[in-house]
Ligand binder design. Structure first.
Ligand code: DAH
Length: 342
């Protein structure tokens, strides 16, 4: 073996050893350039072949080319190996642990007051009523005067008001909507008007300075108390079930004559008497009556030609009864723990 052959042999084993010890694709590229690059070791050797004795050149050239092929093969198989290893590593890093708990997406819900009003509106629409809205800030005239509640009337004391100026206040009831509707609408009409109302009450389980009412009014020729009774009976049975009993009793409101108070048999004890109904068996849900002739007149409607009935109920109370909620303050506090239950 010539010295050149010996040198080539060493080169071969050194190159193979180097390739086998490589651990990264970057290093592999360096080695590839070192041996196979344009100015790499093997090309250098081929160039140097011209200095070898003529008769040895073909054989040496053959050996060099063989070594070159061998190195190419080794580098390629090493590359495949490293690429596969890198891919596996990447997959491992990006692996998704399907056993981890998922992200909890909780969908929005409707507020219990919204759920109730949707149901109430649906019932009254079915009875031919239209849903209208009034203003939360009203004038003294619409909130009291026009409803036959003059300044000296004791009813003003029971509706302690938030005045904004001498003339403007936050409405204490939804009844002013009656006047606004009469001023704009020619009878016959049947409306309900849900909305917020405000009174200077200390917040307790049963009172809130902000609460909700639903006003109702129907005006036509020959409207009688029987229409009022039939309408409210139908409403109560639709909302609370056909097995509830209803009760009308005389009451007083300045804007209705005669006036009544409407109650349903207690839905919790079925009329036997329990804490919710204060052991009376009945739950009052609204005030009502035949629209006072003075009020029709103020609204621009001739009381000789037309008559009407009206009612007003606490909407919070309806929701409290329906969902068995025992504190009115929950409605405005908006605690998620409360709201997710509906
Ligand atoms: N506005 C009355 C209140 O807040 C409720 C009411 C009673 C409304 C009788 C009416 C009615 O329309 O006819 O206490």
């Amino acid at each position: 073996m010539s010295s050149m052959e010996l040198e080539l042999n060493n080169l071969r084993s050194e190159a193979l050893k180097e390739i086998s010890s490589i651990n990264s694709l970057d290093n592999l590229r360096e080695i590839e350039i070192k041996y196979l690059g344009r100015k790499g070791v093997l090309n250098q050797l081929l160039k140097e072949l011209s200095t070898a004795p003529l008769e040895e050149r073909p054989e040496l050239g053959g050996i060099i080319n063989q070594i070159k092929l061998e190195i190419i093969r080794e580098i390629e198989s090493k590359r495949t190996l490293l690429e596969e290893r890198e891919k596996a590593k990447k997959l491992e890093e990006e692996r998704i642990d399907v056993t981890l708990p998922g992200m909890n997406i909780s969908p929005g819900r409707l507020h219990p007051l919204t759920l109730i009003i949707e149901r109430v509106e649906e019932i009254f629409r079915g009875l031919g009523f239209t849903v209208v809205e009034g203003f939360e800030m009203e004038t003294d005239y619409y909130n009291f005067e026009a409803l036959n509640i003059p300044w000296y009337h004791p009813a003003r004391d029971t509706q302690d008001s938030f005045y904004i100026t001498d003339k403007f206040l936050l409405r204490t009831q939804t009844s002013p909507v009656q006047i606004r509707v009469m001023e704009k609408t020619k009878p016959p009409f049947k409306i309900i008007a849900p909305g917020r109302v405000y009174r200077r009450d200390q917040p307790t389980a049963r009172h809130s300075p902000v609460f909700h009412q639903i006003e109702g009014m129907a005006v036509d020729k020959d409207i009688t108390f029987a229409h009022l009774k039939g309408t409210l009976d139908a409403f109560a049975h639709a909302l609370f079930g056909s097995d509830v009993s209803t009760r009308f009793r005389a009451d007083y409101f300045p804007f209705t004559e005669p006036s009544g108070e409407f109650a349903i048999s207690c839905i919790f004890c079925k009329g036997k008497g329990c804490r919710v109904c204060s052991y009376s068996g009945w739950i009052e849900i609204l005030g009502c009556g035949m629209v006072h002739p003075k009020v029709l007149e103020v609204g621009g409607i001739d009381p000789e030609e037309y008559s009407g009935f009206a009612f007003g109920m606490g909407w919070d109370r309806l929701a409290m009864l329906t969902y068995n909620i025992n504190d009115i303050r929950f409605f405005l506090e908006n605690h998620p723990e409360f709201l997710v239950q509906f």
